[in-house]
Write a protein that binds this ligand. Structure first.
Ligand SMILES: *Cc1c(COP(=O)(O)O)cnc(C)c1O
Length: 389
């Protein structure tokens, strides 16, 4: 079956007790035990809840994994996954990993004795060279943020197997609709469901999906032990978001390609980063390992002044941190996601003062282009800001 169908018919869309067409919000923290000899499936809601379980089963089906887990945020999902590792273990992590993940690794996990090396995971030799006797895992984000660098998941999985390392992929940007890392040999997938999976800028949530039972048992134990579970109301919202994930991804990605093509020929734009463009270094690999290019693109307008002009003048996109919503979101990495990075390091990474990141939503693409056009136009520099607020 195709993912459009799986998103709607995966065995978790109808309440097994009443036949309700939407899984009810089981707002209960504990469950009456009808028989002490034959305990219920559910005993306490941190350990399990039917609403959360429906979501966990649905995401497992979509990712092609054996089991899914829902957490209070993407960072809760990622933190719990890192609890698979112990004192003196060493990890290899993608260099341009999400800022929150970087902070967790460098300010929390290192304090607990977990060692980390940040490596450009698009460079397989560099990854292999970073492996030490105590290396236990490789954590990858592809495509990366905000330059959308593509790492080769099959080859990384193969390399990891040769050294008996666990592989974890943050699949937030492409979602299972476009990329299924478990099918490429990766062991664990993590998500910020706050982004495309939830899709409506109204809930913070995280998901983990694993390929095999042995790791599933460990994550299940950690989820219950650490306790950073997703609440039932939010589980229900994410379940609802999942149903329209394919149609949202398809529509937004189609618009993203049109906008990327338009930006690429715009005289005020120096460079566009989108894996759907042939000019992107990861274009070919991305086309091989994923079925689409997603809805996030970045573009360089040359200077901080020009970037700020555009941020002040756009009327349709939200100017915000975050991505993956029904409405387009324009963000400024230098002052938002990468603000804590020293400027020289940021520039060295290629994240310039004129770089903007656009997460394309469901607005009409011609309206979006018209808005970007007026925001980019040189003339508008002379006009006083007439932003929305
Ligand atoms: C937002 C994000 C996270 C963190 O998720 P939260 O839901 O904000 O905790 C992790 N990885 C990526 C790629 C993200 O975009």
């Amino acid at each position: 079956m195709k993912k459009e169908t799986i998103a709607l018919h995966n065995g978790n869309e109808i309440d097994p007790y009443t036949g309700a067409a939407s899984i009810p919000i089981y707002q209960a923290s504990t469950y009456h035990q009808f028989s002490l000899e034959h305990p219920n499936q559910f005993d306490y809601a941190r350990s399990g809840n039917p609403t959360r379980e429906a979501l966990e089963n649905a995401i497992a089906k979509l990712e092609g994994g054996c089991r899914g887990f829902a957490f209070a945020s993407g960072m809760a999902a990622i933190s719990t996954t890192f609890l698979l590792f112990s004192h003196n273990d060493h990890l290899i992590v993608s260099k341009d990993v999400y800022g929150g993940t970087y902070r967790l690794l460098t300010q929390v996990l290192t304090r607990l004795g977990i060692e980390v090396t940040f490596v450009d995971t698009t460079d397989l030799q560099a990854v292999e060279a970073a492996i030490r006797p105590n290396t236990k895992g490789i954590y990858i984000e592809t495509p990366s943020n905000p330059l959308l660098k593509v790492s080769n998941l099959s080859l990384l999985a193969e390399l990891a197997k040769a050294y008996q390392l666990l592989t974890i992929v943050d699949n937030t940007f492409l979602t299972p609709y476009y990329q299924q890392p478990l099918k490429l040999g990766i062991d664990v997938v993590v998500h910020s469901a706050t982004k495309f999976i939830g899709g409506h800028s109204d809930v913070v949530a995280g998901l983990v999906v694993v390929k095999e039972d042995e790791i599933a048992e460990k994550i299940s134990f950690l989820q219950n032990s650490f306790g950073a579970i997703l609440g039932v109301q939010d589980s229900w919202l994410i379940l609802r978001g999942l149903k329209t994930l394919p149609v949202r991804m398809k529509n937004s990605s189609k618009s993203a390609k049109v906008i990327a093509d338009w930006l690429e020929q715009h005289p005020a734009v120096q460079r566009v980063y989108y894996t759907g463009l042939e000019s992107h270094e990861g274009h070919k690999l991305q086309a091989e390992q994923a079925s689409g290019h997603g809805a996030v693109l970045s573009f360089d307008v040359g200077s901080e002044e020009k970037a700020k002009q555009i941020l002040n003048r756009v009327r349709l996109p939200l100017v915000a941190v975050s991505l993956g919503a029904v409405e387009s979101i324009l963000s400024y990495p230098a002052m938002m996601s990468h603000a804590s990075m020293p400027r020289e390091v940021r520039l060295q990474y290629g994240i310039s003062d004129g770089l903007l990141r656009l997460s394309v939503g469901l607005e009409d693409v011609e309206d979006l282009i018209a808005d970007l056009e007026q925001a980019l136009s040189v003339k508008s520099l002379l006009v006083t800001s007439e932003g929305r607020r």
